[in-house]
Write a protein that binds this ligand. Structure first.
Ligand SMILES: CC(C)(COP(=O)(O)OP(=O)(O)OC[C@H]1O[C@@H](n2cnc3c(N)ncnc32)[C@H](O)[C@@H]1OP(=O)(O)O)[C@@H](O)C(=O)NCCC(=O)NCCS
Length: 175
């Protein structure tokens, strides 16, 4: 099997992205909702993200899309404009072979290129694989909110990690 290639997502990837997303919705607590989405919904999401200049990237090999990652505004108020929150999903059966980390390395590069200052990861607290991956990428755990979510008839805690992307002293300094 050839090494995965990381590139921007295209319309042709949307079916696979939808399947990965819906698997996470139906079978995991990585996403805190229970409604599967359609390819049209993901097409609108891709258009919205890229329309705002934000990346949606995929890892692909000859078997198709192995995973995807993206970021968007962390919170809507303008004071948060230098902070993004990301998500990363690897296809079931492909986890643990470096794909998540490869996607994250490219995503961190994209965030730095856009002049972002902080990346936030909000991770369900029992998702140790994701928490370990983020720590390996130098994300620092900064908080844990007990029982702020629910899925599958139980409470979910949310763990926050963040990566500071640059050391600029003033937020709006041009790079
Ligand atoms: C979390 C996820 C994105 C990680 O991607 P992945 O391709 O499986 O992870 P990688 O193989 O790139 O591993 C990256 C690092 O994390 C470590 N790691 C990953 N999963 C791990 C696990 N379950 N237990 C221990 N360590 C783990 C790896 O050993 C590796 O460490 P290294 O840098 O020292 O080699 C992937 O497992 C996934 O999609 N899970 C389901 C959806 C999800 O939870 N998404 C994240 C929502 S916040």
């Amino acid at each position: 099997m050839s090494d995965p290639q990381i590139r921007d997502a295209e319309t042709a990837d949307l079916e696979a992205i939808t399947a990965i997303h819906n698997d996470a919705v139906l079978n995991t607590t990585a996403i805190w909702n229970e409604e599967a989405v359609t390819v049209e919904d993901r097409a609108a999401w891709l258009a919205e993200r890229t329309g705002r200049g934000y990346p949606v990237i995929v890892a692909v090999d000859e078997t198709g899309v192995l995973g995807y990652a993206t970021f968007g505004d962390w919170r809507p108020h303008s004071g948060y404009r230098h902070t993004v929150e990301h998500s990363v999903y690897v296809r079931d059966g492909q986890r643990g072979r470096g794909i998540g980390k490869a996607l994250m390395i490219e995503l961190i590069h994209r965030a730095r290129s856009l002049g972002k200052h902080v990346m936030v990861a909000a991770i369900e607290s029992s998702n140790t694989g994701s928490i370990i991956m983020h720590k390996r990428l130098d994300f620092m755990q900064v908080g844990r909110m007990p029982q702020v979510g629910t899925k599958f008839d139980r409470w979910l805690d949310l763990t926050f990690l963040q990566l500071v992307l640059d050391q600029r002293p003033f937020p709006d300094e041009t790079k």
